[in-house]
Write a new protein. Structure first.
Ligand code: PLP
Length: 381
């Protein structure tokens, strides 16, 4: 069995040791329900509130504006359905983009069945939206703009500050799915006029099964799950205390180390791309080369079928992705790659590499050499 070399950090990450250490007591000795009034419960409550402060601080929000959820998908559902339902007296129009994660796209599709109208704006060949198209899509019925911060497949970063200004000056709520951006990009929700922002713990060395939604204190949104009064009556269900402690610790470390980590990720990613360009012909680099996440590379290899490539890389101990993890079980070309105008053949041959803090230059050399060997063999078949 080959040593595992992990290049799929946009799919998920391992829980850091320091994070796990802080979480562990909340699985065993500190098992109180945060809603219980005795001291065992109060200690859990305190841990939850301390984590809320850490999450809030990392994006310049107030603790009361943070709602813990079970994942990024739930955060997106709560933000979009919550705002739509609470503001339907003002209008029924939502604007989003064609390259959102399914947790946004399918939520919008579901709202269309309930009578909402959704405009899905385009992206250019680099994967960036056009601000004029956004402005022209606004109607008097528009209540929400939802544009992802950074794309999970091609890593492109949208002009969030400009979108925030447009939304704000038109009195429209602005939500951003920041699941891929958190920990990689410094975010100031107040300065950027972001009204709602989705976070997921497992993308920055925190645990799976925990997320958070930031909602500005002035945003009107409905709960989408009925039950108890947890999370200021916006998210029923006993809190995942260990997960909440984990997401707080993970986000705190991510932002403490952001500069050092990003410099390293950018260096390794650029080295990888340069090596591929030098060694493998007939490739296409997907997504904007500058406005993208530091550890993301997405390259199409002509004449290659992504699934076959992934299978052969796996035999060599390499974990990567041919598209979004959530769609890689199907043979459909990725909606993101087709939205940037990639022909079917090139979309099928895309390989997403997303680097993380444990990757080294030696890992990249192994990856490039293995890719060169496999691609040569497939092309010569
Ligand atoms: N949004 C984006 C951009 C993502 O990349 C993902 C997961 O890959 C999600 C939302 C969903 O997050 P979760 O897996 O926590 O539900």
């Amino acid at each position: 069995m080959e040593k595992i070399r992990y290049f799929d950090h946009a799919a998920t990450t391992n829980v850091r040791e320091e994070v796990l250490k802080e979480m562990l007591p909340y699985f065993s000795i500190e098992y109180g329900n945060p809603s219980s009034l005795y001291s065992l419960g109060r200690r859990s409550h305190k841990a939850v509130e301390l984590s809320r402060e850490k999450v809030a601080k990392s994006i310049n929000a107030m603790p009361k504006e943070i709602y813990f959820t079970s994942c990024g998908s739930e955060g997106n559902n709560l933000a979009i359905k919550g705002v739509a339902r609470a503001n339907k007296n003002k209008g029924n129009h939502i604007i989003t983009t064609k390259i959102e994660h399914p947790a946004v796209l399918h939520t919008c599709k579901s709202l269309e069945k309930d009578g909402f109208e959704v405009t899905y704006i385009n992206v250019d060949e680099n994967g960036i939206i056009n601000l004029n198209e956004l402005k022209n899509s606004i109607k008097k019925e528009t209540i929400l703009i939802s544009v992802m911060y950074a794309n999970n497949e091609i890593g492109t970063i949208q002009p969030i500050e400009e979108i925030g200004k447009i939304a704000n000056s038109n009195n429209i709520y602005f939500h951003t799915d920041a699941v891929q951006a958190i920990g990689n990009i410094k975010i100031d929700v107040k300065k950027m006029n972001i009204d709602l922002l989705t976070i997921s713990g497992h993308k920055f060395y925190g645990p799976k099964g925990i997320g958070a939604l930031y909602a500005n204190e002035n945003v009107k949104f409905d709960k989408i799950q009925d039950g108890g009064h947890q999370e200021k009556d916006k998210r029923a269900g006993t809190e995942n205390v260990a997960g909440i402690v984990g997401i707080g610790k993970a986000i705190e470390i991510a932002y403490k180390e952001i500069e050092k980590n990003n410099n390293n990720l950018r260096y390794l990613r650029d080295y990888y791309v340069q090596q591929i360009e030098n060694k493998i012909p007939y490739i296409k680099i997907n997504g904007d080369r500058i406005r993208r996440l530091p550890g993301n590379s997405n390259i199409s290899f002509e004449g290659i079928e992504g699934e076959e490539l992934l299978y052969k890389l796996d035999i060599k101990g390499i974990c990567a992705s041919s598209g979004s993890a959530c769609t890689s079980g199907t043979m459909e070309p990725s909606h993101v790659l087709t939205s940037i105008g990639l022909p079917y053949k090139l979309a099928q041959g895309a390989l997403r590499i997303t680097l993380g803090i444990e990757n080294t230059k030696e890992d990249i050399d192994y990856l490039v050499n293995t890719l060169e060997e496999i691609i040569k063999k497939i092309r010569n078949k």
